[in-house]
Design a protein around this ligand. Structure first.
Ligand code: SER
Length: 320
């Protein structure tokens, strides 16, 4: 990776991937693009382009202008939002990917596209979900992810496009809030704990889901894209996880640090049914073997860091 374009740079992952890649590859070798021009001010000192990823002509112009050789395609509606407007989710998620793949084919770029735990469905094994198994998701988000995985492998096999991907679990972070995901509660609970000492949880106790702290997610993106292609038996897409917990466990971990923190449950039926169709925890041994995946953060260390960073933001008045 020498000249990197991040499409959907204003989102939860993009807003942290941009500075992370700048640190590694140099400020001038990273270009951020997003449909929303307002996010430019949060991204710091980076070349920024307004881009609707469905606008092929503009996408091509940007790739040519910056001589891009690697694309991070981060454009997607998340799972719960997708269920409210499946046709729009399909249109955005698949058209952005198709544009990225076609442009990568024409301009010889590598492409990273996140897949998700959402690519699995109710008939996938729930515990220690294997790398290669039944994938019949029941959300439009998951259907887009499985299709995207297959399409990305197809572009590699048929055209030699260097496509790579991981199946991210819920990503927990403190810069940009996720929006419309089923795993978002595990981010929002930290803000609730600090701001109100109270949190209303949309998923029931006992709902285990894979999770990961953002620094590990950023490492996964770079490690996989830098991996020796000769060692990759898989490409689209690798199971990766760092921890698995259910709501009462993250609550207890925060309560150890904020003793008067309280939790109530008000179940969101859409999110519950989505979460029930996803794995409890995935087997990520292929990622460990093929490109050295080795997450560093767990629920305890992540909770210390989340409470510290978000607490400081409230103290400094950055958050109210
Ligand atoms: N975080 C995503 C969601 O909940 C899963 O990939 O939609």
């Amino acid at each position: 990776m020498k000249r990197i374009l991040i499409v959907g740079a204003g989102g939860q992952i993009g807003s942290e991937l941009v500075p992370h890649l700048q640190k590694i590859y140099g400020n001038n070798n990273v270009v951020a693009a997003d449909i929303n021009s307002n996010c430019a001010s949060n991204l710091g000192d980076v070349a920024f382009e307004v881009l609707d990823a469905l606008d092929t002509q503009r996408y091509v112009e940007i790739v040519k202008k910056y001589k891009v050789d690697s694309i991070f395609n981060l454009v997607a509606l998340l799972s719960a939002t997708g269920e409210r407007n499946p046709q729009l989710a399909w249109k955005i998620n698949m058209s952005a990917l198709m544009n990225s793949l076609e442009i990568a084919r024409e301009f010889n770029c590598a492409v990273f596209t996140p897949s998700s735990i959402g690519a699995f469905g109710p008939t996938s094994p729930k515990d220690n979900t294997p790398q290669d198994t039944i994938m019949r998701p029941t959300t439009i988000y998951g259907i887009c992810k499985v299709t995207g995985e297959m399409l990305s492998d197809y572009y590699f096999l048929k055209y030699g496009v260097d496509t790579r991907s991981v199946r991210f679990p819920g990503i927990i972070s403190n810069v940009t809030l996720p929006g419309g995901g089923t795993t978002d509660y595990a981010v929002e609970i930290y803000y609730g704990a600090i701001q109100h000492k109270h949190f209303i949880c949309p998923l029931p106790q006992g709902t285990y889901l894979d999770m990961m702290y953002m620094p590990d997610a950023l490492d996964a993106c770079v490690q996989l894209m830098e991996a020796d292609p000769a060692k990759l038996k898989h490409r689209n897409s690798f199971n990766v996880t760092a921890m698995s917990f259910e709501p009462s466990q993250i609550y207890a971990t925060i309560k150890k640090r904020i003793p008067d923190f309280t939790l109530e449950y008000n179940i969101d039926p859409i999110k519950k049914s989505i979460a029930d169709s996803w794995p409890n925890y995935m087997d990520d041994s292929c990622a460990r073997e093929e490109w050295g995946w080795n997450p560093k953060w767990n629920l305890e260390t992540m909770t210390d860091d989340m409470l510290k960073v978000i607490g400081e933001k409230y103290k400094a008045g950055v958050l109210k």
